[in-house]
Design a binder for this molecule. Structure first.
Ligand code: KIV
Ligand code: ZN
Length: 528
């Protein structure tokens, strides 16, 4: 049965879609750049065991919009009432990106997409013989006629249409070209040629784009799956052959082994091909983390661009190189994608990395101390211990101890705290800074906060508390407590300084540790 017959039974108002919203990115089909069609919320959500609520989809859609994707495929409206609601809300969220919904060449599917007020209907039908025979049980002519009818129907309702030949890379190339011509003649605005099963080589992908280009004049798009780990490479091959749009997902989420990872496609296009996209690459890491958190799919540490280890270096030779000139071992500057270089201390660490870490903490180690620190670190690492910042601080502290007396610019003279029920915790601190005595009172959410606030207001302009850690060393109400504080310049650039104090009084331990850290910070600044 032809598709038009189905349509005939469904009279509906013809309403131009998407005309009330501004869609900044969607019009841009310049030959200088490649459009990014994000399908995290559709193909990405098809990742086994992933489910997103409407609210979560909306949060991700807003983040994708800020990232600068050209199109957001918001979902597959026919699949459930909830999905339809989510797509509709995204379409009404006044985003810049073009909003798209997916439909098979079925009446109800296209209707469901139109109901969501999207800008673009993404209509697909399989075109490979293997799908025609085993899944659709249709002849080629029927497939073509369904595609044509559904494209014409969607177009007559004022939406743009992207048409996809599912399993394009396994489709007979002559039939693929016939389908492309038919889709273009029916009014499709662009044609997508997916490697649905992720089995194409890059040369095959390149070839089908070139063949499709011979018979069409509308833009072509690629959509590659990663079953052989080639999704990004095949997407690039498609672009080199003339595709003007790449479909991708954040973190490479998607059916089975996933889709081409958006962050990898974008960076590879920029770095290898010199092709710009509209993506604000500095937001890539943040969006990757958001998607990982909301989908519950963790990003593997060695994942390109956004993995935890993507810019981490442990081996001595590498860390040394990166500390001298990052380009020795980094493919791009990490800040371009919102990350930073991480020098990891472990079994393979060399002295340059250790020195750099201790410098950052404000511990000035001489050559002999550095040698001892390295020995202790290797000893811990060889005992299979993961070396944390706390381990390094303990090692540094044992080697150099407190700031020497002659270098102390700050001295704590007095500290009084008042706290109780129905009383705002207040602290008064007196200190001597560079020989001058100062006194100040401050309030806080508790006595420690009040005391540290008082101290900061006298002596620590532009300094922020990066971390505060409290450990009870002994048990009982009279336990000794150990306080470690890490301070950092508010601009994030000044070195971290560490202070530590052990006392039975938790407030005094906190104040002393902060004074120690401030002395170290002042000493480090002076030494520069
Ligand atoms: O992989 C695929 O073929 C798809 C289509 C719906 C475009 O996801
Ligand atoms: Zn897909």
């Amino acid at each position: 049965m032809g598709f038009e017959k189905n349509m005939g039974s469904l009279p509906r108002d013809v309403v131009p879609r998407g005309s009330t919203r501004r869609r900044g990115h969607s019009k841009n089909w310049s030959s200088q750049r490649v459009r990014i069609f994000d399908t995290t919320l559709r193909d990405g959500e098809q990742t086994p065991r992933v489910f997103l609520t409407t609210e979560e989809k909306l949060t991700i859609a807003k983040a994708l919009d800020e990232l600068g994707v050209d199109t957001i495929e918001a979902g597959f409206p026919i699949s459930s009432r909830g999905e339809r609601e989510a797509v509709k809300q995204i379409a009404h969220a006044r985003l810049n990106a073009e909003i798209c919904g997916l439909a098979r060449t079925d009446t109800q599917d296209v209707e469901a997409v139109l109901d969501c007020d999207v800008d673009l209907a993404h209509i697909f039908i399989a075109t490979s013989d293997i799908h025609l025979k085993n899944k659709l049980k249709m002849k080629r002519e029927e497939v073509k006629s369904r595609a044509v009818s559904s494209i014409e129907y969607a177009k007559s309702h004022g939406v743009k249409v992207e048409f996809s030949c599912e399993d394009a890379t396994r489709t007979d190339v002559n039939f693929l070209k016939e389908m492309c011509i038919a889709a273009q003649d029916a009014g499709a605005d662009r044609i997508n040629l997916p490697d649905t099963v992720g089995v194409s080589s890059s040369s095959k992908m390149s070839n089908i784009i070139k063949e499709a280009k011979k018979v069409t004049s509308i833009p072509l798009s690629v959509h590659c799956h990663d079953d052989l780990g080639l999704a990004v490479a095949n997407s690039l091959a498609g672009v080199r052959a003339g595709a003007r749009q790449v479909e991708a997902t954040i973190n490479g989420l998607g059916e089975r082994a996933g889709n081409a990872a958006l962050e990898e496609v974008v960076m590879a296009l920029e770095i290898l091909e010199g092709i710009q996209t509209q993506i604000d690459t500095r937001k890539l890491n943040q969006v990757s983390r958001l998607v990982s958190r909301l989908t519950g799919i963790q990003v593997q540490p060695n994942k390109a661009i956004v993995g935890e280890n993507a810019f981490a270096h442990e081996a001595g030779i590498h860390a040394h190189g990166v500390l001298e000139a990052p380009s020795t071992y980094e493919a791009m500057s990490p800040d371009i994608v919102g990350k930073s270089t991480d020098i990891v201390i472990g079994k393979h660490t060399g002295k340059h990395a250790v020195k750099n870490k201790f410098d950052v903490y404000g511990f000035k180690l001489d050559d002999e101390q550095l040698k001892q620190a390295l020995e202790q670190i290797k000893g811990l690492a060889n005992a299979n211990k993961h070396i944390t910042d706390d381990d390094l601080i303990a090692i540094g502290w044992n080697l150099i101890g407190k700031v020497p007396n002659e270098k102390r610019r700050l001295r704590l003279d007095e500290c009084t705290v008042l706290t109780g029920l129905n009383l705002t915790p207040t602290a008064t601190i007196a200190i001597t800074l560079n020989g001058e005595t100062k006194r100040y009172s401050q309030v806080g959410v508790g006595p420690i906060d009040a005391a540290v606030n008082a101290l900061k207001s006298i002596a620590a302009e532009g300094v922020a508390m990066e971390e505060y850690k409290l450990n009870a060393i002994t048990g009982g109400a009279d336990a000794l407590c150990e306080v470690t504080v890490k301070l950092k310049g508010k601009n994030g650039k000044a070195p971290i300084a560490i202070g530590r104090s052990v006392k039975p009084d938790i407030v005094l331990a906190s104040v002393e540790a902060t004074v120690e850290a401030l002395n170290r910070l002042l000493m480090t600044r002076e030494d520069k």
